[in-house]
Ligand binder design. Structure first.
Ligand code: NDP
Length: 340
């Protein structure tokens, strides 16, 4: 079949494309914002002559027909393009609008493309949990929704709040458009909700240390710190397992119109520094760059838990360890740092 992947040059998108090329016979159309990014994407996956990979330049995903041309003839869509960062200043134009209008554009393209049968949508645990309520007794499931509104995102005091609003509002929009289809719908939706995604980048996609993606920066950012910083989010997801889950979601009929928490485990920054210092795969010079903190100590205030068992059942989700994930990431970023 033909699969359209949006945000194909991103951290997760690159892994999804690599895994599709490796484990399926599909033809992939990857969208990016510029022709330079298209050239770089082809380079990442074996060069411009890969017969199974083409690119489409979509300069502005907020245009209602942005994805129509790229979607032509596709059987399935994987939607990943959405801003993720903590350095935005105008939340409405930089986070909410691209996320929500981009989702609308991709699903309208699905509506106008008769061959499309499935849309896999990369949402987030941000769409699920209530960050303002850290209730230790709570176990989140696929039935839970973040209470954040558009207004909350627009007027947020901090970027993470606006980011979380952008994710929950765009996932709600995705389900609304899915249900709005006539007669039960030609295409179905699978929404994937990962935690903080960690792991090595696809080989060749990290040009410089400063270009490291947002979630991996949570791990790399522990280096050269005097103290162990407070943990931003407490659930993590392996990028390798997540990419596999996107591909499984394309091919699992029973996953249609289902939502999945995709979680590798919980973590905190003390656990990350303990893991780094205890690693047998990392050099002492790296271990010495992370703060010691209070080894073995877990956070005094326990937060919520989450039940990710549905993804194991429907998508055969299984994950590498936190240790392996962090080791792979750090070795790679250190290599790039050495070359700079
Ligand atoms: P990256 O920043 O590495 O990738 C984001 C992708 O989206 C890039 O292809 C980027 O293109 C594109 N994009 C961002 N903003 C826009 C915009 N305004 N218009 C068009 N394209 C845009 O992040 P990830 O790979 O981590 O994120 C991919 C998806 O996964 C996102 O939907 C994110 O919300 C979701 N997610 C990520 C998590 C994580 O921890 N990493 C956790 C949960 C969900 P360009 O290179 O041109 O900017």
């Amino acid at each position: 079949g033909r699969v359209l992947v949006t945000g194909g040059n991103g951290f997760i998108g690159a892994h999804v494309i690599a895994h599709l090329l490796r484990s399926t016979p599909h033809h992939i159309i990857a969208t990016v914002r510029t022709s330079e990014k298209a050239t770089a994407l082809l380079q990442t996956h074996g060069g411009a002559n890969n017969p199974r990979l083409t690119t489409a330049v979509v300069p502005d995903i907020t245009q209602p027909t942005a994805y129509d041309a790229a979607a032509r003839g596709c059987d399935a869509i994987v939607h990943l393009a959405s801003p993720f960062g903590y350095a935005y200043t105008d939340y409405e134009s930089q986070l909410l609008q691209p996320s929500i209008a981009g989702t609308r554009a991709i699903l309208n393209a699905a509506n106008r493309t008769p061959s499309v049968r499935r849309v896999v949508y990369c949402s987030s645990f941000a769409s699920v949990y209530d960050a303002a309520d850290v209730a230790p007794s709570r176990t989140y499931t696929e039935a839970d929704w973040s209470p954040l509104t558009y207004e909350d995102g627009k007027t947020a005091v901090a970027t993470p709040v606006a980011y979380r609003a952008s994710k929950v509002l765009s996932e709600r929009e995705a389900w609304r458009l899915c249900k709005e289809q006539a007669q039960g719908g030609r295409w179905d939706l699978v929404a994937l909700c990962p935690g903080m995604v960690f792991g090595p980048l696809v080989e060749g996609t990290l040009g410089s240390v400063t270009a490291l993606n947002t979630s991996n920066s949570m791990v790399w950012g522990l280096l050269d710190k005097a103290e162990v910083p407070p943990t931003r989010a407490t659930l993590w997801t392996s990028v390798v397992a997540l990419a596999e889950a996107h591909v499984s979601a394309l091919g699992a009929p029973e996953a249609g119109n289902e939502r999945f928490l995709l979680l590798s485990g919980d973590y905190d920054n003390q656990e990350l520094v303990d893991t780094i210092r205890g690693s047998t795969a990392l050099d002492q010079t790296v271990k010495d760059r992370v703060p010691v903190g209070n080894p073995g100590e877990r956070p005094k205030v326990e937060t919520y838990k989450a039940d990710g068992s549905k993804a194991a059942k429907y998508l055969k989700f299984s994950t590498p360890s936190l240790e392996e994930t962090v080791e792979g990431l750090l070795k790679q970023v250190l290599g790039v740092e050495q070359e700079e």
